[in-house]
Design a protein around this ligand. Sequence first.
Ligand SMILES: Cc1cc2nc3c(=O)[nH]c(=O)nc-3n(C[C@H](O)[C@H](O)[C@H](O)COP(=O)(O)O)c2cc1C
Length: 168
Amino acid sequence: MSLEIAELFRRLTHGVYVIGVAGPEKPNAFTAAWVMQVSFKPLMVAISINPGHSSYRLLKESGCFSVNVLAHDQFDLALHYGQPSSVDKLAGRAWHPSEHGVPMIDSAIAQFECTFEDECTAGDHRVVVGRVVSGKLLRPDAVPMIYRDTGDVDGAAMFFPDRFDQQP
Ligand SMILES: Cc1cc2nc3c(=O)[nH]c(=O)nc-3n(C[C@H](O)[C@H](O)[C@H](O)COP(=O)(O)O)c2cc1C
């Protein structure tokens, strides 16, 4: 593990989001930082997801996902949705289903609803591209959370190699 390389990668600026998904049996949501706009025409965003997450299977089943933007003071939500789905993360939380049935988090500052468009493998993750079919700005004055400010809450530092030439 290299803290130096982890610190280097923290200079790639990301926000913090809750991605909503829904399979036939149950909806779910997980925290993600690797999210970006990738097209204007049509409007598209990409997320990078570990295919081992239960949310990946649900996303593929539903063919749809939501992107919910967290505010800088919603660290508790980033932690909550970063838990594995053995916990029912949506139980008792304020959310509603989108037109396509994926969870939209009511306390988010902005929301996007996306339909599955494409995906490709990126090392140990899958990059999923979604077409943005709807969206809402809920709190225009709120300041978005910055991933770098969450410290190592996701335990990412341990995944960085000591040196660049030590990668598979
Ligand atoms: C701040 C933060 C950022 C994260 N970013 C991502 C990400 O971009 N992609 C990803 O696959 N997992 C990411 N995770 C990890 C998942 O949220 C976590 O593994 C979660 O348990 C997966 O949920 P699931 O098991 O319900 O699918 C992040 C976690 C945190 C706390």
